[in-house]
Design a protein around this ligand. Sequence first.
Ligand SMILES: [Zn+2]
Length: 402
Amino acid sequence: MPLRNEAANIAGEIAKLRHAIHAEPEIGLDLPKTQQKVLAALDGLPLEISTGSGLSSVTAVLRGGAGNAASAGPVILLRGDMDALPVTEETGLPYASRIPGAMHACGHDLHTAMLVGAARLLSARRAELPGTVIFMFQPGEEGYAGARQMISEGVLAAAGSAPVAAYGLHVTSNRLRCGLFSTRPGPMLAAADQITVTVHGRGGHASQPHRAADPVPAACEIVLALQTLVTRKFDVFDPVVITVGSFHAGTADNVIPDQATFLATARSFSAQARSALAELVPRLARDIAAAHGLTADAQYATEYPVTVNDAAEAAFATGVIAEAFGPEQGETAQFPITGAEDFSFVLEQVPGAFVMLGACPPDRDPETAPTNHSAVAVFDDAALADGTALYAELAVRRLGLG
Ligand SMILES: [Zn+2]
């Protein structure tokens, strides 16, 4: 029976697990209840299971029976993230979050449930598998670099030898119709870094600015100059985005403050653009402040690198989608996504591919449906069987079966 049909047969159970995780979302690196649900769902499968020490991760290793004793065959890694966001859910769904201020608004509940589903399907084929599969259940994708921490705790070495390929899936509540897979070779998602600037002046009476050193106009000038920097220093075909999302200064209209501070995110799609940002942004801030006789502390903190799909692995994934689901169920994305992913840390070390999967409900238009991270984002259960089947197909076919 094709894995797609097997996934459809267990879709009800996958949905049940997804709903349980969705109703009880947890944020960050410590997800004890989610971890418990995953461990319970994997119980009884022929897996070697270990859990994280600094985070509530679950690593499960399935050793196929078709490898010989000397060489257990190649290792494939499949990753699903498990964490929620600090959002209060407003969907009104029957399985909506019961915890105010926490919601699976990015669909990671689906990833977790789909990866459990894939572990079940692959466990059932264990005897035929000519290799090993690592299932990476990861907390802390949303800003906590949980993938990097799992790597430092040894997930890539969990099977004894390094994976030859790694695959990640991500659902989207808009843009793609339900069941449509999308990937591309090369950059798939942006690098996301944080800029922190504090302009130091000298406070005083707002009516006598010449007796003070006003940091506010200089900070505003830096904000605007960052947009000019984007257009004058970067190749239009290797784009960057800088958005100042937080700006704070002062307490009253008639007081010049001592300092002004802002935070920005910087997105880029190449190592060159990223290192140029790290060099140019702090210099621009310091020099503009200096031009006004002020000083600025400017920090460029690297967060998530560019998520880069290996060209051969992206082509492999596209081929698997076409064969297992039909060519109309896959697209090659024209452009990368300006969001970021910490699966990038895995793909820095293991060639692989990250694949998006449409999960827009049938009663919504993908073009106008609320995006991931929205309090009203809805991800359709209909995507669960497809995601489960793709995880399993990628592993089976990459190991040379099927
Ligand atoms: Zn996400």
